[in-house]
Design a protein around this ligand. Structure first.
Ligand SMILES: Nc1ncnc2c1ncn2[C@@H]1O[C@H](COP(=O)(O)OP(=O)(O)OP(=O)(O)O)[C@@H](O)[C@H]1O
Ligand SMILES: [Mg+2]
Length: 252
């Protein structure tokens, strides 16, 4: 059974950044194979990994609604297409969910997709899901459980309270969430003592364990601007070190 790790958090807090750093971590530590799923309608995890996306699951669902070649079943068609959509890299594969379904009934297509995803998931040691702020995609992927939900927040008391609300929202999801942690991102360095105290105070009240913090890092901004893969960031980069320390602690 793969370990399923999913990102959550308000828009722009750093979910995709952390996803890319987590893939870096898993590859560096040879905890492979990894399936990375970009579940954001505006997919952009591929950009941080410098990969090109040709086919998304959303496009496949649309195709499946139409006529498919007569000589294969819908399940075979779905399986073939999903493998076509899979971007295969060294140690990990990337799958992009793409746009949500348009009007019309996609129930059958989603059922086929769920079955295919089940079969696919069994091939991996880790499944990492980069989400948009909402978590609707998770149910469509037919994941029954999340082993680790990482909720990313900006470094403010209000941001952390929002993170807590997001953590509470996972209650009604039709899946089991085993562990949840908060990660506070983009901490200014040096961190003003009042800010750190405020963060700690809010974290304690939020009843959401703090896995750690990440510094605001010009290295990340530069890497993104140059369009270079985060996977090439040296392990001694402070923000990479901070991320790896967090993952060491929470990923068994
Ligand atoms: N620690 C950091 N240091 C510097 N810049 C950062 C850091 N974390 C994130 N950023 C920048 O903030 C922006 C938003 O980050 P990111 O795309 O990871 O957020 P997100 O939560 O995935 O956003 P969305 O909700 O739109 O998917 C990006 O330009 C990213 O480079
Ligand atoms: Mg994102």
């Amino acid at each position: 059974m793969p370990m399923v790790i999913a990102m959550a958090g308000k828009g722009g807090t750093g979910k995709t950044t952390l996803s890319a750093l987590l893939i870096h971590y898993l590859l560096t530590n040879r905890r492979t194979p990894v399936l990375a799923v970009d579940a954001d309608a505006n997919a952009n995890l591929n950009e941080l990994l410098n990969l090109k996306v040709d086919l998304t699951l959303g496009q496949i669902r649309k195709e499946l609604k139409n006529d498919i070649p007569v000589h294969i079943t819908r399940d075979q068609f779905m399986e073939m297409k999903v493998h076509q959509a899979l971007i295969e890299e060294n140690g990990f594969d990337l799958l992009v969910m793409g746009q949500p379904d348009g009007p019309g009934c996609y129930c059958a297509a989603n059922q086929h997709l769920a079955m295919t995803m089940d079969k696919l998931a069994a091939n991996y040691r880790y499944i990492l899901v980069d989400n948009e702020a909402g978590m609707e995609h998770l149910s469509r992927m037919n994941l029954r459980r999340i082993d680790l939900l990482l909720i990313v927040s900006d470094p403010s008391a209000r941001g952390i309270l929002t993170a807590r609300r997001i953590a509470e929202l996972t209650g009604p999801l039709a899946m089991e969430v085993k562990n949840k942690y908060l990660i506070v991102n983009r901490l200014p360095e040096p961190t003003p003592a009042e800010l750190m105290a405020r963060i700690e105070e809010t974290v304690a009240a939020a009843d959401l364990p703090l896995a750690g913090t990440l510094p605001d890092s010009a290295v990340l901004t530069g890497q993104e601007l140059r369009g270079e893969s985060y996977l090439t960031l040296p392990a001694d980069t402070p923000v990479v070190q901070a991320a790896f320390r967090i993952f060491d602690k929470i990923i068994k």
